[in-house]
Every structure is written in structure tokens, then in C-alpha cells.
Write a protein that binds this ligand. Structure first.
Ligand SMILES: *[C@@H]1O[C@H](CO)[C@@H](O)[C@H](O)[C@H]1NC(C)=O
Ligand SMILES: *[C@@H]1O[C@H](CO)[C@@H](O)[C@H](O)[C@H]1NC(C)=O
Length: 374
């Protein structure tokens, strides 16, 4: 166990080192567009005015492992979607009128803490969503704005989309996580799922109609293992937890939602036989990482936040990471969870190794033998 873990670390190191030689990977698509939440946000949430700049991710200790200052990523360092395999990937909100027409390899529309459904939906359900959250529909409208600056005719834009990879999610974790953390029952939250799926399929269909031919929909991770959910729904009933210490009823809800999503994707596949729509199974990937961590000597840290305070999971929503007096662990590389909702750089490295690299293989990306400096 120990040896294989070391081996994995070495491989991770190689992958990491290679973030500087990312150009050696060649993919059969030219552009990447990503819609999502804090797992893939590389700097949008802190730029959503007027509330964004006061986000925790804009402050110490975010970015403390790398590069040493906050970057807007909700992590101590890099995130898996730092897209080491594409050279110029930027967060949408970092563009201004001067550089908007430049053609980047990737533009990220993900905004931390964002759900699929919009504020109106949650308001009618009496669920509070952070003011800087940007719903999927709104992210899609950002995308359309961006497109008008890089392509002119419908045909021209369709040609660009045909050369693109679209990543649709993970985003819907928040549609489930917020209401659960605010005391809504599992049954109640389950009744939101059809709306969530419909909105994801609607956005995907819109992108297909605009010309997209390659789309990955990763589904949801097991939020029943996340410190913020474990804290909010804590119970004395030992049968409520699985062998990893995660809440079974929450993860069952996610699994059933992922299953509905997969069925909806099958429907899309039938409707658009020439479009490649792939379900990513982010859920299993994260479970594998947690299982690996829980067999380690640092078992007790697997479900604790590195940056946080209080309780069994080192999490308190009133005293979030980045607030005055909230401590940071001295060894984030031993933790999976950074602030109770998002991962550490170490966990992202494992995600990169376990999920992203295999996904790139599936997408027929290959390592270039000759290094040429483009
Ligand atoms: C666009 O220009 C602004 C101001 O010069 C700069 O801060 C920003 O990083 C640029 N964005 C990109 C994506 O190059
Ligand atoms: C990868 O290549 C195989 C074999 O040529 C092909 O069947 C498959 O559709 C390709 N996958 C993607 C995502 O393009």
C-alpha cells in the first residue's frame, strides 16, 4: 500500500512538473469552455462585482501553498482544471474591452458557490444563495457574449464550437448542498432534481444547436462526504454513515441524481447521434480518492477541513476559512478538503492523475514526441 502510494506521488509529481511542458499534449480540439462552480473556478468569483472582491478566496490563506498569494482559486494552490494541457486558459471575468477579442485556448465561466438554477427558483423555496453566485443560464449568456467578440456569423461561431471541448459541470452540487445545509429535507431537495436536470440538458442542447460536438458532463461529487454537509447534518445515529464516514442519505441522493442525469444524457445521445456527449463520473473519482486517503496513516484527516475551526470536521459556516482567527493546518498536503467545501491542491493533484489524465486519453489527446516551441 505504502509503495504504491509513493509511486502515485512520483507520477503526480511528473504530471505536475509537466504543467510547464503542457504543450507537449496534443488534443483533437482547439478550444475549451467550462461552466461550473468552485471546483473549476480559476478567478471569476472574486471578480463578480460588487461582492466578489471580499470573497474568502481573495484573501490569505487562499493560494498559500502555491503561488503564495490569493489567485481567486478556492484552494491552497492550483486546482485540477488548471488545464496544464492547454497554454492560454483564462477566467472570463479577467477579460476587458481591450483583450476580449483575443482568441484564448480556453475560457472558464465557472463561478464558485454557483448553482444551476437561478436565484428566483431558490427564493421561492426560501433557500439563500450567495449574492455573487452566477447560475448556469447566466454563465451561458456570458459565453454568448464572449462568442460575439471572437466570431461574427452563426456559421463562423459554429465552426469554432465544432473545434471545442465543452465541460458542463460539475455545478449542480450547490443546488443540493445549499438547501440541505439550510435544513431542507432530503425528500424536499429530491423534488428540485428534475428542474436541475432539465436546466443542464437545456443549456447543453443550446450549445449543441450552436455547433458544439464534444461535451463532457461530469455529474456530481459525493457531497455527503464534505465537511460542510457533515457538519450541517450531523447525527448521533451511527447507521447514517458509510464505511468512509460519509452521510449515506445525501450520497444516495447524489447517486440517484447522477443516474437521472445519465439517463437524460442518453436521451441527448439519441437525439444528436453525431454529437459526442460523455458522462464523466466525478462521483466515483472522488470516492476513490477518499478511500485511498482513509487507508493512509492520516485517516482522521480525510474528512476534516485544513483551513477552518470547530467540531469533528473542523468546519463552522460562521467562521469560514479566511476569517480572522481561523487557523490553517501546517500540512495541507495531508488533507483532501481545504475549506470544507473545496479541495486542497494535493487532492486536485490526485483528481488530475485519476480523472483528468484518463479523460484526456478518452478524448484522444496524445503526448507529442518532439517538443516544438509554438
Ligand atoms: C486584460 O487586460 C487587463 C488590463 O490590462 C489585465 O489586467 C488582464 O489580465 C487581461 N486579461 C487577459 C485575459 O489577458
Ligand atoms: C477517439 O478515437 C476513436 C478511434 O478513432 C473514436 O472512435 C472516438 O470517437 C474518438 N473519441 C473522441 C472523443 O473523439
Amino acid at each position: 500500500m505504502k509503495v504504491s502510494f509513493k509511486l502515485i506521488c512520483i507520477l503526480i509529481l511528473l504530471v505536475q512538473t509537466c504543467s510547464t511542458c503542457g504543450r507537449r499534449i496534443k488534443c483533437p480540439f482547439q478550444y475549451l469552455y467550462h461552466f461550473g462552480d468552485g471546483v473549476t473556478d480559476i478567478g471569476n468569483s472574486i471578480r463578480v462585482f460588487p461582492w466578489g472582491p471580499s470573497n474568502p478566496a481573495a484573501r490569505y490563506p487562499y493560494g498559500t501553498t502555491y503561488p503564495g498569494v490569493p489567485t481567486g482559486r478556492w484552494s491552497d494552490g492550483l486546482i485540477d482544471f488548471d488545464y496544464s494541457w492547454l497554454p492560454h486558459v483564462i477566467p472570463f471575468l479577467s477579460m476587458n474591452a481591450l483583450n476580449a477579442s483575443k482568441s484564448y485556448d480556453g475560457v472558464i465561466f465557472s463561478v464558485a458557490r454557483s448553482p444551476v438554477l437561478d436565484t428566483t427558483f431558490f427564493r421561492t423555496k426560501h433557500v439563500t444563495i450567495p449574492s455573487y453566485a452566477v447560475s448556469l443560464q447566466k454563465q451561458l449568456s456570458w459565453f454568448k457574449t464572449y462568442l460575439t467578440s471572437v466570431c461574427s456569423t452563426t456559421q463562423d461561431c459554429a465552426n469554432r464550437l465544432r473545434k471545442s471541448l465543452i465541460l458542463m459541470g460539475d455545478i449542480e452540487g450547490n443546488d443540493i448542498g445549499y438547501p440541505l445545509a439550510q435544513g431542507k429535507s432530503i425528500a424536499k431537495v429530491k423534488s428540485y432534481v428534475p428542474f436541475v436536470i432539465r436546466a443542464i440538458i437545456k443549456a447543453t442542447t443550446e450549445l449543441i444547436n450552436m455547433g458544439a460536438t464534444l461535451i463532457i458532463i461530469p455529474g456530481n461529487s459525493p457531497i455527503g462526504c464534505y465537511p460542510y454537509i457533515l457538519t450541517a447534518l450531523r447525527t448521533n445515529d451511527p447507521t447514517a454513515y458509510d464505511d468512509l464516514g460519509c452521510l449515506k442519505n445525501v450520497n444516495d441522493l447524489i447517486l440517484s441524481k447522477n443516474n437521472d442525469l445519465q439517463n437524460a444524457i442518453k436521451g441527448l445521445n439519441r437525439r444528436f447521434p453525431n454529437v459526442n456527449i460523455i458522462f464523466g463520473n466525478f462521483y466515483n473519482g472522488v470516492i476513490d480518492i477518499l478511500r485511498e486517503a482513509s487507508t493512509d496513516s492520516e485517516r482522521s484527516m480525510a474528512l476534516k477541513a485544513c483551513c477552518g475551526i470547530g467540531g469533528k470536521y473542523n468546519y463552522n459556516s460562521e467562521r469560514f476559512c479566511g476569517s480572522p482567527g481561523v487557523p490553517v493546518c501546517h500540512n495541507p498536503e495531508k488533507y483532501i478538503f481545504w475549506d470544507g467545501l473545496h479541495f486542497t491542491q494535493e487532492a486536485y493533484d490526485r483528481i488530475e492523475y485519476d480523472l483528468i489524465q484518463p479523460a484526456l486519453k478518452t478524448l484522444n489527446c496524445t503526448r507529442r514526441i518532439t517538443s516544438n516551441f509554438m
